[in-house]
Design a protein around this ligand. Structure first.
Ligand code: TXA
Ligand code: MG
Length: 323
């Protein structure tokens, strides 16, 4: 279906569209989501088709408050309850045994449902108006970089949805951290906007499972995800530059630009080497460089601490070739 997509801040209008089964792009603190009524199979089917997402890759459902989790999940095991109490609303998604009220389409047939409570005030206000959960993947075409502004969504999904709720640039800038139980252990399935460090400071050591398409617990976490269209090469910037003298290079730097490359072909994630700021800037920086007339993007990893683990995960995925 073709729409003339509106961008605005009308939460009531967004709610009305969702109530009649339409899709709306919504701001969250992590990234923008492509939202629809999780209980409406037609809306859920539309999400998959607008995103061009394979039906085996399940969707996260979004709730107004953690207290509502028990309506859609059989139980919240004690250690996950502790995380929910500390970090919801926020950039945390829990994998829980689902109740039958959640359509199998949402979870791609898995007995687990992924649940998250976004903290963005507009997402909160919207969810409070609705009596159903919102299924919402990131509002990008499957495999591309997640959007962190309404403009990012418009550039890719404009014309395929009626409304984009504009909540400004996302504060966290990385997708939520996905946590569940695996062989009885608390396990991080996707590193994200809540650092593993913050989780471990609260509950002690947790397992981290590298995601890949062969990981049955996290079917959608393909290796070459979050990828720009241009090749992105990771390494030490000045060495990479020396190896690419005949190419038009873009540079994705952590805290200082690379001498000898025009500044408009560079993005510095945080001049003060702040990992929260770097996370907030990462996807917009990748998109910016992807849109310039360049042959290749040269990028460096950030310090492997705190949010740096999730930033580096996204950089490695962006650099990976499809399996
Ligand atoms: O921050 C976020 O999580 C954003 C915002 C919009 O909430 N959403 C997001 O959704 O990143 P998406 O669909 O782009 O990524 C969700 C990931 C997918 O890789 C999917 O495979 C995994 O979560 N997932 C969802 N439900 C699952 C389930 N039942 N079991 C295992 N993995 C699941
Ligand atoms: Mg996504």
């Amino acid at each position: 279906m073709l729409f003339s997509t509106q961008i605005g801040t009308d939460i009531q209008a967004a709610a009305r569209l969702l109530q009649v089964g339409q899709l709306v792009a919504i701001p969250t603190e992590t990234v923008y989501g492509l939202a629809g009524n999780a209980l409406d199979e037609k809306a859920v089917t539309d999400i998959f088709s607008v995103k061009k997402r394979p039906s085996f890759d399940p969707l996260i459902i979004h709730l107004a408050q953690p207290a509502l989790m028990e309506r859609w999940a059989v139980a919240v095991p004690e250690p996950l309850r502790v995380l929910a109490a500390a970090f919801m609303p926020g950039p945390l998604t829990l994998l829980l045994d689902k109740k039958n009220s959640i359509p199998d389409l949402v979870t791609s047939g898995s007995p687990l449902v992924a649940i998250r409570v976004p903290s963005h005030p507009m997402a909160q206000a919207l969810l409070a108006l609705l009596d159903f959960p919102l299924a919402a993947p990131s509002a990008n075409p499957f495999g591309y970089i997640s959007p962190t502004t309404a403009g990012h969504v418009q550039r890719q999904l404009g014309g395929s949805i009626p409304y984009i709720l504009d909540g400004g640039p996302c504060h966290v800038g990385l997708e939520s951290t996905i946590v569940g139980l695996y062989e009885g252990q608390i396990t991080v399935f996707r590193k994200g906007g809540l650092s593993v460090e913050a989780i471990e400071n609260l509950i002690g050591p947790v397992a981290v499972r590298e995601h890949s398409s062969s990981n049955p617990q996290a079917p959608g976490m393909l290796k070459s995800h979050y990828a720009p269209r241009k090749p992105l090469i990771l390494g030490t910037l000045d060495q990479l530059q020396a190896n690419h003298t005949s190419k038009r290079v873009g540079v994705l730097a952590f805290s200082s630009p690379l001498p000898g490359v025009p500044i408009e072909h560079q993005r510095v994630l945080s001049a003060t080497a702040d990992l929260h700021e770097a996370a907030r800037q990462l996807f917009a920086a990748m998109r910016y460089l992807d849109e310039q007339e360049l042959d290749v993007i040269l990028a460096e990893l950030v310090p492997e601490t705190g949010l740096g683990l999730a930033i580096n995960d996204r950089l490695r995925r962006a650099a990976a070739q499809p399996d």
